[in-house]
Unconditional design. Structure first.
Length: 236
């Protein structure tokens, strides 16, 4: 016999919904969707200045123990073009600005060749602190620090992100594909579904790699020509 008590019907409905959600979580059907939204939501109430302040005092991983500077990012907060590298090096750690060493000088030259200045674009890294000895970022460090970059991208809303090197490309595209296979083509940003105006991503070789492999400069310039053409065709 069905109940005519509205309160009892409501409680039965709530119990049914809870049971359904519990079953779905048990089978992992909601897990990917929930986890996918976590990084961006982490700092969703912070603007760029507040995000920087938070990063400057960050002690979420062991990298804070040996750092001299938190290297947050630099450039135009409304840039159409954003460059993202791996992590700060020794020069960046000393000066608190990304890409200021030998590789940074080469990146600046590339930017100038594209008819931009460093003040026109925005430059950042996946990690905000230097790994000791310039070693590769550890997976837990990328997981801990990448929400800062994700929020930067959301706030800046670039049209294109140039992913400099393997680590940046893998994080931005959520892939394990090699940089050699990724470069030369535009790709969809991994968090496109969460972005109001999602950028496209152009992976290319890191400037530090170009210092060791001069012949690869030609390939990078081909990539940058595609970037320039895309920006020209997508003017506001």
């Amino acid at each position: 016999m069905e109940s005519n008590d509205p309160k009892e019907e409501y409680l039965n409905l709530v119990a049914t919904v809870r049971e359904y959600v519990s079953e779905q979580l048990e089978f992992g059907l909601f897990e990917a969707e929930i986890n996918e939204s976590e990084p961006e939501q982490k700092y969703a109430d912070l603007d760029l200045s507040a995000l920087n302040d938070d990063a400057q005092s960050c002690v979420k991983c062991g990298l804070h123990e040996d750092r001299n500077s938190v290297v947050f990012g630099v450039g135009n907060p409304n840039a159409d073009l954003m460059f993202v590298g791996e992590a700060p090096g020794a020069d960046e750690d000393r000066q608190g600005e990304p890409f200021v060493g030998r590789a940074g000088k080469l990146l600046t030259d590339i930017i100038k060749a594209m008819k931009f200045t460093r003040e026109d674009v925005y430059i950042a890294n996946v990690l905000k602190c230097r790994p000791p000895g310039n070693r590769n970022p550890a997976p837990d460090e990328v997981e801990t620090c990448s929400p800062y970059l994700i929020r930067q991208i959301t706030l800046i809303q670039p049209k294109i992100i140039v992913a400099l090197g393997s680590f940046a490309a893998k994080m931005l595209l959520d892939t394990n594909t090699s940089i050699s296979a990724l470069r030369g083509k535009f790709h969809e940003y991994a968090l496109t579904k969460q972005s109001e105006n999602p950028p496209v991503v152009m992976p290319t070789f890191h400037p530090a790699y170009l210092l060791r492999n001069q012949s690869a400069k030609r390939e990078v310039w081909k990539d940058m020509q595609q970037v320039m053409e895309y920006l020209e065709n997508h003017k506001s």
